[in-house]
Design a protein around this ligand. Structure first.
Ligand code: GLC
Length: 736
């Protein structure tokens, strides 16, 4: 439809039709026969709201959605199509590594390809929009949703945001195999006080703009069709009712003209946050702030009519929101083709197809982070290996935002090792949950059933097996349901049973490799003490077992680097590399100086830093050189150069990382900031010269007056294999 036709349609709609275009219902409200008023009525949704709602979430399947669309449009007075939205975060049915793992790849093409494949499968299943990318900046491992994000670093998160939007939407979301992207959670949901989900977020505007906003802005600039408001209050104003955030920044400064959708029930939660006295006031505040769609509450559908008819809310605000929803439907091509790509035939062709599985398997190895390897890996097929631990034959190795219908489609470690024709021993050793431990997962309730006595026997059995093994691979970690939404934790260690298993085996066999499943950085001090090799595999998804076997036996190399710092202990969180100098910066040599910025009981440095990881070879870096003579506060055009050599005897990959420090500015600046990275692969003894451009965009920040500028002065460039490198050079920027 043309814009004129959309406006004509808008003007032809009744008030009820307009209002309910802004209501997003749930797939459970519809059956293949029509409206399932039962669950809807129980939640207070009227039949009118459901029959006129603009979109639904949480349903999928070509046949099902085509049926719903057909009956819905036939009954709608203007036959306007529904938008079908869902959380397709890291794969639809072919599940990729969780987004934090993808961030560990330090290769945005991994995330791009994952989004392309997810869009192909999801669009065949009738979906039009995904609630992704989630690019909240994550620096607090207590918060369970770090698993859905990319990184603690603004630059890495921004590069991925752009790639993921393009992977989902392509150049035009109405194209076959593409779906609309919805960047979330706007804004700064990932910095809740005390790391507790949904809690208030207090950040200075400068921290917001320099650290937390860039990735959202990158997604908007990449053309994301929607933005989702976050649950949290941002500096004591709920995001869904935050006019500065939605109208001044998002639309005013960034020029976003797409749809703003609230998170689930976030509009009504403005009442619970004591900003609104009732649903009617919540509806008014959120509409005035610029939240277009109310996800799953009756605030808009029950209250907007009275607000409009009483003149408390200008009809223009309603019309602008409804027009944006109609424009979104138009951008998705739904007026011409309301079923878009829904096709049973394509579901069968694409979902979990070999090409997708192969891509997922390859992606996994690039996300695995090898933290320690004292002669353990790769294994040889002739060695007698015991695989032990609760994850040894576990299918639940996919993230909590993946709703896998058939768990057997995920490959376990045991299956992956056996598929290599390797004979090995397997002992579970203990369960992930102890007897009586209950975790309410996103998909179901998990309950531990094995008691102390049986656990003791399982551990003893594993210890016996370990006595006869050359090496032991212990597959440990946190339960998949312990990460994701509403999964904040005050402790970051793995379970006592698993530590007991590890320490018992270590008494009889010191050749231990730990394969660690997690959705967040964990406190792995005990593991580090007892294992000779540690590989973080996150939650690797469908092909996890095959990929882990590939890497353990050297058919692939683990090439991930930490996208979030691994803390020494939870006491350090939030901990991240881009910290600030203090007036009493900790100097380890000053052992007699009490008055330094330090802890009495733990170190300042994380156990493993951002950007750290090893592979199966070693690399050497030349000194850093900087070429170019344009460096003024208006324009910077420099090139950083370093030569990297593979000094080992195996081919291997390295993530060359470039950081910049603004040595002095009108406000204090981070000790360094990532401004470039490149994943390279070198044959043994091969060298390559890596070049990084530096422009003025790399040096801008919000100065003492909140102007986004480059200030004159010296800058130090660091280039190395992680965020602790001191391989550096200096350049100077002069006043233009
Ligand atoms: C959830 C999440 C959000 C998700 C939405 C729809 O509560 O916060 O990330 O997209 O609801 O499922």
């Amino acid at each position: 439809m043309t814009q004129e036709q959309l406006v004509e349609l808008l003007n032809d709609l009744s008030l009820d039709e307009k209002i309910n275009q802004l209501f997003q219902g749930n797939g459970s409200f519809f059956t293949d026969k029509g409206i399932a008023t039962g669950p809807a009525a129980d939640q207070g949704f009227s039949e009118l709201a459901i029959s006129l709602c603009g979109s639904i979430l949480g349903a999928d399947g070509a046949e099902k959605l085509k049926g719903i669309q057909e009956r819905y449009m036939a009954n709608h007075p203007h036959h306007i199509p529904l938008i079908f939205m869902a959380d397709v975060i890291n794969g639809f049915r072919t599940i990729f590594p969780i987004p934090l793992a993808q961030g560990a790849a330090f290769d945005e093409t991994v995330a791009f390809e994952g989004a392309v494949i997810a869009a192909r499968e999801a669009s065949a299943a009738g979906l039009h929009v995904t609630f992704a990318p989630m690019v909240d900046l994550v620096r607090d491992a207590r918060w369970g949703r770090v698993m859905e994000a990319v990184s603690e670093d603004p630059y890495l998160s921004s590069v991925y945001a752009d790639a993921i939007v393009e992977g989902f939407q392509g150049q035009d979301a109405k194209e076959p195999g593409k779906i609309g992207a919805c960047v979330k959670h706007f804004a700064a949901y990932s910095a809740p006080v005390a790391g507790r989900d949904y809690n208030n977020v207090e950040l200075s505007e400068r921290t917001l703009r320099d650290d937390y906003m860039p990735a959202y802005e990158a997604a908007v600039k990449a053309g994301a069709l929607l933005v989702m408001t976050s649950f949290n209050t941002l500096n004591r104003i709920p995001s869904s009712a935050n006019k500065w955030l939605l109208r001044d920044v998002l639309r005013g400064e960034w020029g976003f003209d797409g749809v703003v959708i609230s998170d689930w029930a976030a509009v009504e939660e403005v009442v619970f946050q004591d900003l609104a006295v009732d649903k009617k006031e919540a509806a008014k505040l959120c509409m005035e702030a610029g939240t277009d769609i109310d996800m799953m509450t009756t605030c808009y559908c029950d209250c907007l009519k009275e607000l409009i008819e009483s003149g408390e809310l200008p009809v223009e605000l309603l019309d602008e929101a409804v027009l944006r929803v109609l424009e979104l439907k138009n951008k998705l091509g739904l007026f011409e083709n309301p079923f878009k790509d829904a096709s049973v035939e394509d579901e069968e062709k694409y979902i979990l197809c070999e090409e997708h599985r192969d891509a997922a398997r390859k992606a996994c190895a690039s996300t695995f982070v090898l933290l320690e390897n004292d002669g353990m890996l790769p294994l040889s097929k002739e060695e007698k290996v015991l695989f032990a631990g609760p994850y040894v034959d576990e299918h639940g190795i996919f993230g909590s935002w993946s709703f896998v219908n058939d768990w057997s489609t995920t490959v376990t470690i045991k299956q992956g090792v056996e598929a290599k024709g390797v004979t090995a021993a397997y002992e579970k050793g203990c369960e992930l949950l102890h007897k009586g431990q209950i975790i309410l997962g996103m998909d179901k309730k998990y309950e531990g059933t094995v008691g102390k006595k049986q656990t003791k026997e399982m551990i003893e059995q594993a210890v016996e097996a370990a006595k006869n093994a050359d090496k032991v691979v212990l597959c440990l970690g946190e339960h998949r349901a312990e990460t994701g939404e509403a999964s904040s934790k005050g402790e970051l260690t793995i379970s006592k049973d698993q530590i007991k298993l590890l320490s018992s085996i270590a008494e009889v066999n010191e050749n231990i490799t730990v394969v660690l499943f997690c959705g967040r950085p964990l406190d792995i001090r005990k593991i580090k003490k007892l294992a000779k090799a540690i590989m973080v595999v996150w939650l690797p998804g469908t092909e996890g077992g095959n990929a882990i076997a590939d890497v353990l036996y050297g058919d692939a190399e683990p090439t991930g680097r930490l996208p979030m710092s691994f803390p020494y202990s939870v006491g350090q969180t939030p901990v991240f590399y881009g910290e600030f100098k203090t007036g009493r910066h900790f100097e380890p040599t000053q052992t007699e100086n009490r008055f330094q910025s330090k802890y009495l009981d733990i170190p300042n440095a994380p156990l493993y830093p951002f950007g750290y990881g090893r592979g199966y070879t070693t690399f050497e870096y030349s000194d850093v050189t900087i070429e170019g003579d344009i460096a003024t506060t208006d324009k910077v055009d420099l090139t950083v150069s370093v030569t990297v050599t593979n000094t080992g005897d195996k081919k291997g990959q390295e993530v060359v990382q470039m950081y910049i420090r603004d040595d002095k500015a009108s406000v204090v600046r981070p000790v360094r900031m990532l401004k470039g990275y490149m994943k390279i692969e070198l044959e043994p003894k091969e060298s390559i010269t890596v070049l990084f451009p530096i422009t003025e965009e790399d040096l801008k920040f919000h100065d003492i007056n909140m102007n986004y500028v480059v200030e004159p002065g010296t800058f130090t460039v660091f280039v190395g294999g992680d965020s602790t490198t001191d391989n550096s050079a200096v350049f100077e920027v002069t006043e233009a």
